[in-house]
Design a protein around this ligand. Structure first.
Ligand code: PMP
Length: 415
C-alpha cells in the first residue's frame, strides 16, 4: 500500500489520521516503513534524509547498533517490573552529574508529564498560584501551558486550546522572550508567582536564541522575587551539548525538565532540581506525582546507552556543529529569508531578519515555507513540516547527506 492508501484508512479511524497533530502533513502524510542511520524509508519506496529525527530524540540516528543492543539486552530480561531498578540509579546519576542545576531527579514518561509535574512541584513548594511562561514557548499538551503555545498549536492556529478552563489559565502569565524588562515588570506587580518556565533556547517556534545576557538576567530577576526558575530542556538537554543549555550558558535553574534524547528514542521524561525542592515530592513530601510506566526499563537502557555514547565520543558535538555550519554557510542569502543555528539545530525563516520572539516569528511567510518544504521533500530531505519547528542533524549524517541537504536548500530557496 502507498501512503495515500494508508491515509484513507487512517483518517476514518483516528482524528486527522494521526496520533499527534504535528504529523498531519497536507494533503496526506508519508508513511514510514523503516529507518536506519540518517534515513527514513517510506511506503512509497522513497528514501529520505531525516532532519526531523523524531522531533529531536535521535541524536545518534535511527536504529543505532549500540542503542539497539542495549534495548535488546534489556528486552530479554523483561520490560516492566513495577519496582525500582538499578537502571534508574545509573541514568539518574548520569543526568544529575551532567547538569549544574540538578541534585535529584524523577523519571516520568514524556516531556509533557515532566513540565506538568515541575509546575505542580513549584506551586507546592512555594505555596504560590501563578506561573509565567514565554509567548510561543511549548511545554507539552497539558492545560496550564496551552496558552500562546508554540509547535503544532501555533502551526494549526490553536495556540490557546478549546477545552482549557479560563479560570485555570488565568494563572498562566506570559512574557515575550528576550525581554527581561517585561519579566521584571510582571514579577514586581504580582507577588503570587510560583515559577517562570521557559525553553532556554526556543525550539518550538523554529529556533530562537537567547540574546547575550538574557538567561543570566532572568536568573537574577526570578531570584530577587523569590520565583523559581524552570528550564525546560526537553529539546536542549544533550542536544546543545552535555549539560544542556544550563551548562552552555552558565545559568543554574531551580528546576529542569527533560525528555527526548535522555530516552534514546524511547518514551521518557524527567524533572529535577535542588534537593530541598525535590524532597517535596511524594513519598517524601506532600506534592503527589506517580506513573505506571515511569522509569520503564527499556527507555532507561536506551537512555543510558545514548548518554554513555555521547560521553565516550566527545568529538561528536563538534562534528555535528561543523556539518550544520556547512549548511549555514552554503544557504543563499536572498534578502527574503534568514537563517539561525545553534550546534546541530538550525532553521531557515521566511522573514528577512531572524526573529527574536513570538511576535516576530509570526511574521514569517508560511505559504512560502509550505512550498519550500515540499520542494525539499521532493529533493529527498525531510524537514519538520512547519515554519515553527526546529531542524536537527544527528551524529550519523554523512558528508554526502550534508551535500545533498545543501544542494536541496540551494535549489529550493532560489525557486
Ligand atoms: N517541552 C519542550 C521544550 C518540547 O519541545 C516538548 C515536545 N516537543 C515537550 C516539552 C513535550 O514533550 P512530549 O512530547 O514528550 O510530551
Amino acid at each position: 500500500m502507498k501512503s495515500s492508501d494508508y491515509y484513507e484508512r487512517a483518517k476514518m479511524l483516528m482524528p486527522g489520521g494521526v496520533s499527534s497533530p504535528v504529523r498531519a502533513i497536507r494533503p496526506y502524510p508519508f508513511y514510514t516503513t523503516g529507518a536506519a542511520g540518517s534515513r527514513l524509508t517510506t511506503a512509497d519506496g522513497t528514501d529520505l534524509i531525516d532532519c526531523c529525527l523524531g522531533f529531536g530524540p535521535l541524536i545518534l540516528g535511527h536504529a543505532h547498533p549500540g542503542i539497539r543492543e542495549a534495548i535488546e539486552r534489556q528486552l530479554a530480561s523483561g520490560w516492566l517490573y513495577g519496582t525500582p531498578t538499578p537502571l534508574e540509579i545509573e541514568l539518574a546519576g548520569l543526568i544529575v552529574g551532567d547538569h549544574p542545576g540538578l541534585e535529584m531527579i524523577r523519571f516520568v514518561s514524556s516531556g509533557s508529564e515532566a513540565t506538568m509535574s515541575a509546575i505542580r512541584l513549584a506551586r507546592g513548594y512555594t505555596g504560590k498560584k501563578d506561573i509565567v511562561k514565554v509567548e510561543g514557548g511549548f511545554h507539552g499538551a497539558h492545560d496550564a501551558v496551552l496558552v500562546k503555545a508554540g509547535s503544532g498549536a501555533t502551526t494549526l492556529g490553536i495556540p490557546n486550546s478549546a477545552g482549557v478552563l479560563p479560570e485555570l489559565v488565568e494563572h498562566t502569565r506570559q512574557v515575550p522572550f528576550n525581554n527581561p524588562e517585561a519579566l521584571e515588570t510582571l514579577l514586581s506587580a504580582n507577588d503570587d508567582i510560583a515559577a517562570f518556565i521557559l525553553e532556554p533556547v526556543m525550539g518550538n517556534v523554529g529556533l530562537i536564541l537567547p540574546d547575550e545576557g538574557y538567561l543570566a538576567a532572568v536568573r537574577e530577576i526570578t531570584a530577587a522575587h523569590d520565583v523559581l526558575l524552570i528550564f525546560d530542556e526537553v529539546i536542549t538537554g544533550y542536544r546543545v551539548g552535555i549539560g544542556g543549555a544550563q551548562a552552555a550558558y552558565g545559568v543554574k535553574p531551580d528546576l529542569s525538565t527533560f525528555g527526548k534524547i535522555i530516552g534514546g528514542g524511547l518514551p521518557i521524561g524527567a524533572f529535577g532540581g535542588r534537593r530541598e525542592i525535590m524532597e517535596m515530592i511524594a513519598p517524601l513530601g506532600p506534592v503527589y506525582q506517580a506513573g505506571t510506566f515511569s522509569g520503564n526499563p527499556l527507555s532507561l537502557a536506551a537512555g543510558i546507552a545514548t548518554i554513555r555514547h555521547l560521553h565516550a565520543h566527545s568529538d561528536l558535538y563538534r562534528r555535528m556543529d561543523e556539518a550544520a555550519r556547512a549548511i549555514e554557510e552554503a544557504i543563499p542569502r536572498s534578502g527574503r529569508g534568514s537563517f539561525v543555528r545553534l550546534g546541530s539545530m538550525f532553521k531557515h525563516y521566511f522573514r528577512p531578519e531572524v526573529p527574536r520572539d513570538y511576535r516576530e516569528v509570526q511574521e514569517c511567510d508560511t505559504t512560502a515555507f509550505g512550498k519550500f518544504w515540499k520542494g525539499m521533500l521532493d529533493a529527498g530531505v525531510f524537514l519538520p513540516a512547519s515554519q515553527f519547528e526546529t531542524n536537527f542533524l544527528s551524529a550519523v549524517h554523512t558528508n554526502q547527506d550534508v551535500d545533498q541537504i545543501i544542494a536541496a536548500y540551494v535549489t529550493c530557496l532560489s525557486e
